[in-house]
Design a protein around this ligand. Structure first.
Ligand SMILES: [Cu+2]
Length: 421
């Protein structure tokens, strides 16, 4: 019953938001002059949490102005049919996506922003969806999810930020979220132009951007021109299997990030985090993480764009370093089509359990390449309906082949998308 009500509310929210008020889209009405919530730069630089993307990023959203309040809605919902091959694969239909509302208001000598982001993903059930080589979090509090992507929590972000303008090009800001995103990694994948059109979570998620839902975050930062330096204290424990609640915990993990946007087309960052007991199933085990990433985005004619991200992340724990490498790119050559591709290489020690008796779980280097496309049709001024598909090939090393079956397995998804613009 609760699930049915929630599904209805989510479905209702999309067209309601699409019809609301007297909106103008990001493309018109001088919105391009708008400043960011965290500093005196173009608002298109801001992505998830306090992360940056290139200023040239395209921003599909509905903008409303109500007095001095500026309100933005982002939203998309993917109805996905998913099939993953082989002994460890499976099939499932599910809904993924997010609905995000942001409200910004000048206050004193600065700017206040409030954000709320909801996800329909708890509806898919605690075990998430089949996704070969994806690991992380748990469905029942006892066993890890392996070859499955966990659902995101109903409440993905509830945050507030305030930025003081120090000069024409500098600011100081604070950001607090329950949940929120600490100063680590590139923007979360569902807000990254180079991958956001794919309904499939990256297998490198827990190396680069899985902290996007942290139940308790406080970040302080400084912006000077095209540079940003920030630090967070946060609850590093990953969300548990109860996806409808708000969790709490000590803000005893720390992260710091340096970001630089040297031109309107580039966003670079390097970040580091120390997480206290991040995994529910390994309490008492801490983790150190580092990441570096570069995003390059250009505009193409006819409202098109092309965005590419290269990223590296490392998780270190109990003397073991696990690396992940990602290269992903999406291009929208014209209004109707978006093509996307991603290649990942990950060192993962959660694919097979530790051998009985003693010793750590074995580490395998695995890879994945996926390629997909979506075609959108406008339905009214602020809603797009899209139909898409993707195909993914997984690459296994040595001892894993027997576990998965002899051939390199693959996955496919077909999806129907509703998106606000
Ligand atoms: Cu996530």
């Amino acid at each position: 019953m609760r699930r049915a009500l929630f599904a209805l509310a989510c479905l209702a929210a999309l067209p309601v938001a699409a019809r609301a008020g007297d909106p103008s889209t990001g493309a018109g009405m001088g919105m391009s002059q708008m400043e960011g919530a965290l500093g005196p730069y173009l608002f298109t630089r801001e992505a998830s949490g306090t992360s940056w993307q290139p200023d040239a990023s395209v921003h599909d959203a509905i903008h409303l102005r109500e007095g001095d309040w500026l309100v933005m809605f982002h939203g998309l919902a993917n109805g996905v049919w998913d099939s993953q091959s082989g002994r460890r694969g499976g099939e499932k239909e599910f809904v993924a996506g997010m609905l995000m509302a942001m409200a910004q208001h000048p206050l004193g000598d600065g700017e206040l922003q409030l954000r709320a982001m909801l996800s329909p993903e708890p509806l898919m059930g605690p075990a998430g969806y089949p996704l070969l080589l994806a690991t992380g979090e748990t469905a029942d509090g006892k066993t890890p999810l392996v070859d499955r992507q966990h659902p995101h929590d109903l409440v993905m972000e509830l945050s507030a930020s305030y930025a003081w303008k120090l000069s024409a090009s500098a600011s100081a800001f604070v950001y607090a979220g329950l949940p929120g995103e600490p100063a680590f990694g590139p923007p979360a994948f569902m807000h990254r132009l180079s991958v956001m059109d794919s309904p499939e979570a990256p297998i490198a998620h827990h190396w680069l951007d899985s902290t996007h839902i942290s139940f308790g975050v406080v970040t302080a930062g400084l912006v000077a021109g095209d540079w940003k330096l920030e630090a967070s204290a946060y609850n590093g424990r990953e969300p548990d299997q109860h996806r409808y609640d708000i969790e709490t915990g000590a803000l005893d993990s720390t992260a710091a990030r340096l970001s630089w946007n040297p031109t309107r087309n580039w966003a670079l960052q390097a970040s580091s985090a120390f997480e206290v007991s991040p995994e529910q199933l390994q309490p008492g085990v801490n983790q150190h993480k580092v990441s570096a990433s570069a995003i390059y985005t250009v505009d193409l004619a006819e409202q098109g764009w092309w965005s590419t991200t290269a990223a590296w992340g490392r998780r270190s724990s109990q003397g073991v370093d696990l690396d992940a490498w990602v290269l992903e790119s999406a291009v929208k050559p014209a209004e109707a089509w978006t093509l996307f591709a991603r290649a990942e290489r990950v060192d993962n020690d959660e694919l097979l359990p530790a051998p009985l008796g003693a010793g750590p779980a074995p580490t395998f280097t695995v890879g994945k390449v996926s390629l997909g496309a979506i075609h959108d049709w406008p339905v009214g001024e602020h809603l797009l309906v899209g139909l898409g598909g993707l195909y993914a090939l997984d690459f296994l090393s040595g001892g894993l082949k027997a576990a998965y079956g002899s051939r390199d397995p693959h996955g496919a998804m077909a999806f129907l998308r509703l998106k606000l613009r």
